[in-house]
Structures are given as C-alpha cells and as structure tokens.
Design a protein around this ligand. Structure first.
Ligand SMILES: NC(=O)c1ccc[n+]([C@@H]2O[C@H](COP(=O)([O-])OP(=O)(O)OC[C@H]3O[C@@H](n4cnc5c(N)ncnc54)[C@H](OP(=O)(O)O)[C@@H]3O)[C@@H](O)[C@H]2O)c1
Length: 349
C-alpha cells in the first residue's frame, strides 16, 4: 500500500477570521480534505497562524495549523479547492482571481451569491442548482469555479421552509431574526454596544435574507415568487441565530401537518456518504421553550437546524421558530458540505 495522501488539497482564504477559524477546526482530520495553505491579509501574512489568529472558538486550534505560515491571498497555491471566509470588502476580486487561476472556490461571502451563473447552495434544499456550473465554465475556462453558500440566517430559514414549500407551497413569509455576535466576525460589535442590549439593525442583512431565500427556493436561474419580509436584530448571544417566522402557505396546512412534514424531511443526498452531512437536516422539538441557542445550536454537530413552536398564526397560516449555528451550518460547515457535493458528482474533479 502506498503512503500517498489522496485527500483533496485545500486553502482557507480569510483563515484568521471567525469563519476561517471554524473552517480550520472542521478541516482538522477531515477524511476528504487536506489543508495546504492558510491565507489572510497583509497584516497577517508572514506570521504563524498561531500568532495571527486571535482564537474565537472554545477549543484550541489544531497543532498543524498553529505552526503554518499565513500566506497572502494570491492564486497559484498548491491547493485544488479554496474555501473563502474573506471579508466582503475584498472577497469579490480575490475569489474571481482564484477561480480564473483554476481553483474551485467555495465561498461564504456575499459578493457572488446573486450572480446568475453561481450556485447559491444549501445541499439538502437545492443541490440541483449545481447545474449552473455548466454555464459558469464559460467564465472560467481554466477549470476553476465559484460556488457560494447563503447568509447564515438564510440557511436556517430555507431549511425550515423547504419541506413546507414542497408539501404546501409558500405564498409569503415574515421573519424576525435574533442573531449572535459571532455573526459579525472578530472583533465584531463593540461590547459597549451589545452588552445588555438588542440592536435592531444589521447592515444589508434583511435584503440578503429576502433575495437569497427566493434564489435558493426557486428553480436554477428563476427565483421563487413568494413575498418575504425580514427584520434583523443583533442580540447578546455568542453563537446561534434564532428566527421567528410566520408563513402563508398556498394550500391549507395545519400545525400538525407542518410538524409531520418537517419530521419526515430527509436529505436527498443521504446515499452519497458525504462526511459533513448530518443524519437529520431538521429536527422538531415539542417543548414550548425550545429551541434555545445554548442548548440546541450543536444539534447534529452544528449541522442540524432545530425547529420548535410550530403553531397556527392568526394573521398568516403557520408560525415557527428555527435555530441555526451561524458559523457551522450557516457558514463553514455548509461550505464543506457544498464542496463534498460537487466532488461526489464529479464536477470539481
Ligand atoms: N460570522 C458568520 O457567522 C458568517 C456567516 C456566514 C457568512 N459570513 C461571511 O463570511 C465572511 C467572513 O466573515 P467573518 O465573520 O469570519 O469575518 P472576520 O472575522 O472579520 O474575518 C475576515 C477575514 O478576512 C481577512 N481579510 C480582511 N481584509 C483582507 C484583505 N485586504 N486581504 C485578504 N484578507 C483579508 C481577515 O484577515 P486578517 O485577520 O489578516 O485581517 C480575516 O481572515 C464575510 O464575508 C461574512 O459576511 C460570516
């Protein structure tokens, strides 16, 4: 038996940030991926990762990462895949440069999510949107590509809505979010602003939830037609975004029917053996006071969305609360799953 490591080589762009650190943690000992480069800004390049990354996770960084030298975000690295957790102010150009140079880029940043030829993926919900890569190949003839995942709140919302849409159709949605501080990255929101407080504004977030949800729940290249209104709030929680949604369905749906539909929702990808796929994409809790971030964000190792309080809405039809771990299912975890999906389908080589 040869000792050759057959895992796909990967770079993490924005490796020092909140999402980047989550990537490094989830890639530690990964059966399919091997990290060959950790990249960040010129402020960090040349330092070891241990020096450059101010640890924001509740467990130590892996030893192999601590001693790696942080590299600038320049294409041509020894890495087939590039996972991006770059700040949106720079992600757009850097990600295109990597895709142009032949890297497969799997991004968390908002910059290319709404490009018509870029899949915006939550694999259990819309893996068929990967077909957009066929059109995208014209843009990147060197073999690179761009795949994105949505905003962290959108991931939780669409995972709760997808089974309801499939069973009953969706006419309109109103959603209010309670988003954790880690969603703002590091150092994020100043302590003086968030302690003992709720901030009823997160720049651009409401628009992202509204447009991204429709792209994901529509057909490839054709957004879903339902109306959606989002209200976003930053709250004093470390990790985990809570979403309270009211939904008008196109066909009648009782809360009991909605619960049964959510409970039977299974990933259409279960047979592919993808390492990051949780056993259950969504679980439903019966207790009147769940989900709660502290207790439910790590369901399915952070990859399962927890839904609770499914009940009748006196204005629309249904109400529910959903909880998503924002840096795992809402960011690095879903990106890892996205990268496994095209690999499973042979699109990333
Ligand atoms: N946090 C979440 O829950 C979440 C969820 C979904 C999506 N996202 C998106 O994911 C991306 C990263 O978010 P985050 O929360 O991890 O942010 P963050 O903690 O602020 O990290 C940003 C990263 O970008 C790097 N960077 C900044 N300027 C750069 C430049 N000029 N050149 C190269 N690298 C540069 C930083 O490197 P230095 O350390 O060297 O400055 C750092 O590694 C954002 O686009 C965000 O919107 C975040």
């Amino acid at each position: 038996m040869s000792g050759r490591d057959a895992r796909v080589t990967v770079a993490v762009l924005g490796a020092t940030g909140a999402v980047g650190q989550r990537f490094v943690s989830l890639l530690d000992g990964h059966p399919w991926f091997r990290v060959t480069a950790l990249c960040a800004s010129d402020r960090s390049a040349g330092k070891t990762y241990g020096e450059a990354a101010r640890c924001v996770l509740d467990h130590p960084m892996p030893d192999w990462a601590r001693d790696m030298e942080v590299l600038p975000c320049k294409p041509g690295l020894d890495a087939h895949l590039a996972f991006s957790g770059l700040d949106a102010s720079v992600a757009g150009d850097i990600e295109v440069a990597f895709a142009t140079a032949g890297h497969a880029v799997v991004s968390n940043s908002r910059n290319h999510r709404m490009d018509p030829d870029v899949p915006l993926l939550v694999p259990e919900v819309n893996h068929t949107h990967l077909d957009l890569l066929i059109e995208q190949k014209k843009r990147f003839p060197g073999g690179g590509c761009l795949v994105t995942n949505p905003n962290c709140s959108t991931v939780g919302l669409v995972m709760a809505l997808a089974p309801i849409q499939a069973a009953f159709g969706i006419d309109r949605v109103i959603v209010a979010t309670l988003q954790s501080v880690s969603g703002a990255g590091y150092p994020g929101v100043p302590a003086m602003d968030i302690l003992d407080n709720v901030i009823p504004h997160i720049g651009g977030e409401e628009e992202k939830i509204e447009s991204e949800s429709r792209k994901i729940l529509g057909a490839p290249g054709k957004a879903a037609g339902f109306a959606i209104s989002a209200h976003c709030h930053r709250v004093h929680v470390s990790d985990g975004h809570t979403l309270a949604a009211s939904i008008k369905t196109t066909r009648p749906a009782s809360p009991e029917e909605a619960v049964a539909t959510l409970r039977t929702f299974r990933s259409p990808l279960a047979s592919l053996g993808l390492p990051s796929l949780p056993e259950r994409p969504v679980i439903v809790r019966e207790e009147p006071d769940r989900p709660q971030p502290r207790f439910d964000r790590m369901a399915g190792a952070g990859m399962t969305v927890t839904v609770g309080r499914v009940r009748r809405c006196p204005v629309l039809d249904l109400r529910l609360v959903a909880l998503v771990h924002n840096t795992i299912r809402g960011a690095a975890g879903v990106a890892l799953l996205n990268a496994q999906l095209p690999r499973a389908n042979g699109l990333l080589g």
